[in-house]
Design a protein around this ligand. Structure first.
Ligand code: HEC
Length: 123
């Protein structure tokens, strides 16, 4: 029965490990890292100081926008790179996001949402 014992122990260890991995909470977005990334990627060069005063009216204001929306906008620029049928295919923004990870995009989005901005919801 030694062999069966070993198989059972191995199976239990594997099940426990899977349980531990499945229980890992999703990583919370890190605004501080988002701020660092916004600086190293010069987002303010186009979107303006505090990402709230773009250099031109065809560059959007970002400050205060919902993080979910910003994350998906950034993700779509990444996916749409070179493929106008999939995601957003803006040449300027596609370049900005190609070397960023999913968690980098979430960190940037959290930072942008935290900034005081002029975007308003008219009621
Ligand atoms: C060289 C200028 C430039 C730089 C640098 C730049 N952007 Fe942009 N960004 C633009 C332009 C232009 C658009 C509008 C593109 C379009 O029409 O889809 C835009 C659009 C966006 C949008 C979509 C906003 C919306 O409301 O849909 C987000 C989000 C964004 N930029 C975030 C960033 C972040 C974060 C960085 C830094 C990592 C960055 N941008 C760097 C020019 C720039």
């Amino acid at each position: 029965m030694k062999a069966l014992d070993t198989v059972l122990k191995t199976a239990c260890t594997a099940a426990a490990l899977i349980g531990v991995i499945a229980l890992q909470p999703a990583r919370a977005a890190d605004e501080g890292n988002g701020k660092v990334l916004a600086g190293t990627h010069n987002c303010a060069a186009c979107h303006g100081p505090n990402l709230n005063n773009p250099v031109s009216s065809d560059y959007p204001k970002l400050a205060g926008q919902h993080a979910d929306y910003i994350y998906w906008a950034l993700r779509q620029y990444q996916m749409g790179n070179g493929n106008p049928n999939f995601g957003r295919s803006n040449a300027i923004m596609s370049v900005q996001v190609q070397n960023l990870s999913q968690s980098d995009l979430k960190d940037l989005a959290a930072y942008i949402e935290s900034l005081p901005g002029d975007l308003v919801q008219k009621k």
